[in-house]
Design a binder for this molecule. Sequence first.
Ligand code: UD1
Length: 416
Amino acid sequence: MDSIRIQGGIALQGKVRIQGSKNASLPVLAATLLVGEGSFIRNCPRIADVHSMTSLLKSLGCSVHWQEAGIFVDSSKVRRGEMPREAVTGMRSSLCLLGALIGRCGEVTMEYPGGCVIGERPIDLHLAALRQMGVVFSEQKGQLRAMAKRLHGAHIILPFPSVGATENIILAGVAAEGETILEGAAREPEILALCRYLSCCGACIEGAGSSKIVIWGGRRLCGTEFRVPADRIVAGTYLLGCIGVGGNIFLEQAPAEEMDAVLLAAQEMGGHVCITREGLYVQAPVRPLAVKLITSPYPGFPTDLQSVALAVASKGSGRTDIEETIFENRFRIVEELKKMGACIEQTDSHRVAIRGVDSLQGAQVEARELRGGAALVAAALMAEGESFVRGCSYIYRGYENICRDFRELGARVTSV
Ligand code: UD1
């Protein structure tokens, strides 16, 4: 079931419930390691990356049980911070286990983390910050080894608001002795979710969601129950998808309060959005209008929705310019969209200019990473005729069931 067959050209209609957030659930699951008791994490999405994370937690000695409403994780038996090779290389988010395990065990051995192939993904900011907190790094048989005789608070200034580095500093800071002051922190809602979970467990954290976070570490943490918020990127995928495909839809539980930049872009493209307590109504324009988009850290337009915006612009009226400032090599769908008749010029590794065409045609295309893959499904829904998107295992890393979701919105989509 690695391909998706799509019959395009049908306007979307209906409602879909938005799954729990991938980027919030993964660091929260990593954080259960610090607690040493059982936690129940509700609304975790049933996606490949969460399954990989729970396997990693199990391999570290956690007892993990999936239930209807969420995942129960008990980390009381964790003793050693040694992670199996295969699990780590496939998933970038395994990197936040570094901060959690250093906090819990004082030592970690792990592979350099993997993830989507979207440009250089160095970890220098993570390492520099943890060094300031007393961690010593070495390389052993090609693996990364981290040791902290005494993990202590520090005053850390991040030169770039890296999401992953902010998560690692928070996780290590909660376990460290004394005060950690983090300036230049990422402000993504997923950081807030992580801090909320840790605070529910008894951690003392101030400033989460702002660029300055202060953590008073070393407190005893207890297990808790926590609900993962809805996924703003999945909601944004369906929202922008509707703008491109046409129709009107309701995104139940969409976290509109975290989606300002995306809602603005959707409105500039000619869409109408209406926020209610239950979710988000979207009405598509006859044809998407051309816009200028620049990705940036939160609260800017998210890099994770750049590909789907690009797909929508392919059928827009006029010229859209997109600048990707977070990652290079994140325009891997350009060649695939061209197979559908899109007219896109890539100026350099950070910029594309798209001249909207009247219609796209169905084609056989290949997903090469998670968000680009979802964008190809959206493009195929916009195209006339039948398309096949191959390489869909990437998509399942982040979307519980993209076929079911689009079917609920009236699309003809099947996994084959
Ligand atoms: C990034 C996105 C996040 C998205 C995720 C998955 C931002 C700011 N972050 O998070 O929203 O959900 O990818 O697509 O939009 N960097 C370094 N050294 C480091 C760490 C990062 O130079 O040690 C650079 C990266 O190369 C990149 C930028 O910082 O250019 C963003 O990295 P970071 O936020 O850490 O990436 P993720 O945590 O993967």
